[in-house]
Design a protein around this ligand. Structure first.
Ligand SMILES: [Fe+2]
Length: 327
């Protein structure tokens, strides 16, 4: 390991908000930056658990090998392929983001929080920035919670969220159950659903509907701060574009057969005006920066939600998730 005690990167707040992410800026290369991160891991972890996100700039983290080394530093355990993100190469936990139409805005979410277990931390690194757009906006989940109307906040705290997902047997408008559960055997699927704390229903023999009730708000495992942590906007039918809503209504006669949707935990509908309000609060709380090639963003997945702006040109982001929180 090089002796890089002479490297003194700048630490800056990225906005005036008390929830601002921290920027650590190097004038360096990835080996020297890695060395610095190695020597200051605890200090940066402390910043991460209060600021919620740390952008490391100028370290040349534009390849999966370097990102993997950072995940080894900051994660006790890097999470492997979960059926939704694909590894960059064999034998690495570094993955590509979910495919999503370039021209669309991918709404804010805390990664995988519709699952019974989800990552505590995430790393995003920029291998190649888009020509236009493609930022990864982040919103502080404590700030979002604090800015929600009391009625909305309490409804979600009391009733939680039910995520409903419909799977065809094969990949069609999304991955099929045989892919996501990696088996052809229905009994295995049922066992895995029970293990994942989801109920299941088979429709017409070969269509699977799963329902999972999860909290909308949890305490941060280190600080105990309350955080708005869910994927309501990602899942609610009202968040689809009007054209997509029409397509889904034409394609599927019954609402329960929509590819995915969410409700309150008791199965009652989440009003559309609640969804509009949540959307507006995220928008008000979000901050964003332009990716530079080699940037690496460390994210506390309980404290920060992330999104993705539409973009033009090629865009290559590397992602890695680590350490598990279970509801
Ligand atoms: Fe994500």
């Amino acid at each position: 390991m090089n002796n890089n005690n002479n490297i003194k990167p700048e630490y800056k707040k990225m906005s005036d908000s008390p929830y601002s992410p921290c920027l650590i800026e190097f004038d360096s290369d990835s080996e020297s930056a890695l060395d610095y991160l190695y020597q200051h891991t605890r200090e940066i972890e402390n910043i991460l658990s209060s600021a919620g996100a740390v952008l490391v700039r100028g370290g040349g983290f534009n390849n999966y090998q370097a990102v993997e080394k950072v995940s080894d530093l900051f994660f006790l355990e890097a999470l492997k392929y979960n059926g939704e993100h694909y590894p960059v190469a064999e034998n690495t936990s570094v993955q590509r983001p979910v495919n999503y139409a370039n021209a669309e805005f991918l709404l804010w979410h805390n990664e995988n929080t519709f699952n019974h277990s989800f990552p505590a931390k995430a790393i995003f690194a920029c291998e190649l920035k888009a020509d236009v757009g493609g930022q990864t906006p982040i919103a502080d989940s404590r700030e979002v919670l604090n800015n929600l109307d009391k009625e909305v906040r309490e409804a979600f705290i009391n009733k939680q969220v039910m995520y409903v997902r419909k799977y065809e047997s094969h990949d069609f408008l999304g991955v099929g159950w045989k892919t996501i559960f990696n088996t052809d055997d229905k009994q295995t699927v049922e066992r895995l659903c029970r293990e994942k704390h989801m109920s299941f229903e088979w429709v017409d023999g070969d269509i699977l509907i799963t329902r999972a009730v999860r909290p909308a708000v949890i305490e941060h495992p280190v600080s105990g701060e309350l955080s708005w942590i869910n994927q309501v906007l990602h899942w609610h039918f009202h968040c689809l574009s009007p054209a997509s809503q029409e397509d889904v209504k034409v394609m599927f006669e019954e609402e329960r057969l929509y590819p995915r949707n969410c409700y309150f935990g008791d199965g009652s509908k989440i009003p559309n005006d609640y969804i509009d309000h949540i959307h507006a609060v995220y928008k008000q709380c979000q901050m964003q920066f332009d990716w530079q090639n080699g940037d690496l963003l460390l994210v506390d997945n309980v404290l920060k939600a992330h999104a993705r702006n539409p973009y033009k040109g090629e865009r290559k982001i590397l992602v890695s998730f680590g350490d598990v929180i279970t509801y």
